[in-house]
Ligand binder design. Sequence first.
Ligand code: SF4
Length: 358
Amino acid sequence: MAGVYIAYPFCAQKCTYCNFASGVFPRAQERRYLEALLAEVRAHAWEWRPETVYLGGGTPGNLAPDDLHAVLKAIPGRPWLEATIEAAPGAISGDQARHWTACGINRVSLGVQSFVEKEIRRTGRKHTAEIVAREIRLLREAAIGSINIDLIAGLSGQIESSWRESLDWIERLEPEHVSVYMLEVDEASRLGKELLAGGARYGAAEAPDDDRVAAFYEIAVERLAGLGLNRYEISNFARPGWESRHNLKYWKLEPYAGFGADAHSFDGRMRTRNAETVDEYLNGARQVGDLPHCDERFFVSLRLMEGIRPDAQEWQRHDAAIRKFLEAGLLEAADGVLRLSNRGVLVSNEVFAEFLTS
Ligand code: SF4
């Protein structure tokens, strides 16, 4: 059973660390985008009934009720096993939450990033911890059964005590799922440019170094495990049974269809992707073919803590790299299964890069 991804790259503000092709655009462009998106979804020849739907962004939580309804109505298969909408805390009302449920949404992913006001302000976001708590109550009252909270380790000004404060809020709010991202500052983001220029805006002078970011991440792994939220993927933690069914499709190389700017699709054999920017998408650039790299399985599936079971050819092809990482303690092997060690998780990009070239 396949999944559907809908890209809505519009946000109320541009976060200081963000360099996605998303952000604030003129209203008229958003309208044109929605029309193009709807046309793309409606024109799709559905050969299967989607099992999961994921509205990502950007901030699809800001979609007007009628627009959200129209997009979801064009996707067959309701009720879906899992239908997620990404939302920014600070603008969620009870009416909106009820509308989401009525449209078939049963999972909300909140871009909280931090519960500490100084850190939140420096990202350009406007919520407070209390607002997040109130909105989660509204979501629960509207029968949203699954909530994810995103956190970022490595925000400007973050110190161990403030990081622990954000984790305390996770304990209080009891989400089913938490994503923890280790911030790698993109040089083209506002924060990245400020860092390169040696400036202090957005708290650039107080950005934690890589070692501290890794230490924060490890604190989170331990703390979340204590709360029953187990790490099942490098950045993702869930109570048993609440793992993201949709995102698991990416890591297990199961099929999905993506719609909108920069959306990727995979039919089980061939990968395609839409044009990256809103402008290119509106100009009709669609579906650039892209055959998966034959070693894609290694750097996608290895993200899962359960690891992968390489076949004989894969063991042979990557023999040198596997041996090197086993000796360095970055990979572990047992009963034919290969997985990242706790240390390997912290440098996973380096491990994956080697598999691409070995
Ligand atoms: S981080 Fe998310 S909400 Fe912020 S600008 Fe980027 S896409 Fe938008």
